[in-house]
Structure formats: structure tokens, C-alpha cells
Design a protein around this ligand. Sequence first.
Ligand code: DON
Length: 312
Amino acid sequence: MTLPLEKIQILLPDAVESSRKLAVQGEVASYIPELSRAPQHALGVCIMDRTGKQASAGDTELKFTLQSISKVFTLLLALLDRGEEAVFTKVGKEPTGDDFNSMLKLELVEPGIPFNPLINAGAIAISSLIEGKNPKEKSQRILDFFRKSAGNSSIDVEESVFRSEADSAHRNRSLAYFLKDNGVLTGDVEEILEVYFRHCSIEVTCSDVARMALLLACNGTDPLTGETLIPRRYVQIAKTFMVTCGMYNASGEFAIGVGLPAKSGVSGGILTMVPGTYGIGLVGPALNDKGNSVAGVHLLEQLSSKLDWSMF
Ligand code: DON
């Protein structure tokens, strides 16, 4: 059983400082030029319990963009908008074992739909399913849903990261046009990409991510307001993808080392949770070769082993 939050707060600063040393081994993402400005050695974590109380340590004030963490919540919104059947005609349910922006299996395996909603191709297909009459309205609906999930009406798109990604996303553009050719995407490809780039560029802190994670830890009912935002079934689907694909092709290693549903982003953010108990938001911009925060994964391994957090 895990310790109460007050006890976790006592051990957290030392745990953060020992994991921070690992940041030197990683690299800050630079394929989206604006992300390369993030501080390599930063590491911050926030753990929130069902009453909203937090234990935190390190660089918790650092703002970062959600990047791939956003894919969990656009999946949830697409499920709310369209239902399970429609979503799973556009994306599969299996891990790929390939890099998050790989094109490989789109051509190799029939029927040419992305393997899952958490790889880039899958998340772009999911963006195309969000309801709204134009990209502006779709992006606003996504932002509203994220604000509600984070219990923070002031989170917003970081325009310079959005612009930087939109101007440099040659790989994502090729994935999207490939999906259009396969008949997975219908409608204007550039408009779908705009929606995708915008949700990746929503800026948050560890505490926002912890609150979003807490919502999932509590199966879609916000424990602070009592409001059910997402049906339990959809949260189960999202958490299952987080276990099997959330840390990309390091998901198996993470399941063994940490044993919690999690989703990472190339900004160095990680959203994870102790189901039923804690929501956790973390940031450490230096990434390992799989695109996950190197110090962040180390910190979660330490905490999970000390606090017996593994679900397995
Ligand atoms: O599409 C991209 O490449 C980024 N906006 C998001 C990728 C990402 O965060 C992968 N995560 N590890």
C-alpha cells in the first residue's frame, strides 16, 4: 500500500534531486525548434490526492506543452463525440513496437489504419473525429474539455510552440497525407493537422497534469466536484492504451519498472496515476532515445518501488 501524501512529501525532494542527475544522459527535443529552449536539467513532480491536496518537489512552476499527453484526452473527447464503434473504424487497439512517428506499419499491414490512437498517425486520425464545423471550433471544444479536465479555465495554446510545430512538421504531414490516401482521413488534411498541432501545444504545469490524471485515476468522475465528465468505459479504454502504448516502444519496460498507466510527451511531460488514489504530473525535458523523460522515468521507478505502486 502507498503512503499518505504527507509522508510522500517528506521523501519527494531527495527523490527528485537524485533522479535529476540522470538528465545529463538525455536530450531536449529539437525537431520542433521551439521545444529546444526547455531547460535540460529541470525536473518537477506533483502528486494530487482525491481531496486535491498535493505533494510536490522540484521545478513545479515550469510551464510545458502537453504534446503527446494531449492524445489521451482527444481520444476521450472523440469517444464522447462519436462513440466506440466509429472511433475504432479509424484506429486500431494494438501497440506498434515502432517509433511514435513511424510510417512503417501504415503500409505494411492491412487495412492501413493506424495501430493505435497514441502514435502520431492515430492521434491525427482522432483529431479528424472531433466535432465542430471548422478547425477553430474543434480546437475550442478540445481546449474547453482540457480546461474542465484540469479544473483550470486559464490553460491555453502556446502559440509559438504551435507555430514552430506547424512550420516544421514534415513527417506528420506525410503521415496525414498517407492517411488521406488510405481513406482514413476525410476532409482537408491541413485543417486536421491544425487541430492536432494546437492540442499538442496546450501549455500546462505539473499540477494541471496531476489534476487531469486524477480524473482518470477516479474513472472519469472528478473527486473534487463529484461531476462525471467521462464514462468509466471510455476511461478504461484510455488507461488500457496508456499501459500498452503510453510510453511508446518503452511501454513494456515502463510496465515492469513502474507498473502504472502513463502517457509521455516530447516536451518531457508525463501523466500517470495510482488508480483510485493519486493523479501525478511530472516534467523533465531531457529525453531518452524512446522520447520519454529520462529523469522522469527514473523518478517514477524509484517512487513506485519505494511506495509499492505497481498495479501488477
Ligand atoms: O506530433 C509530434 O511529433 C508532437 N506534437 C508530439 C509527439 C510526442 O509528444 C511524442 N511523445 N513522446
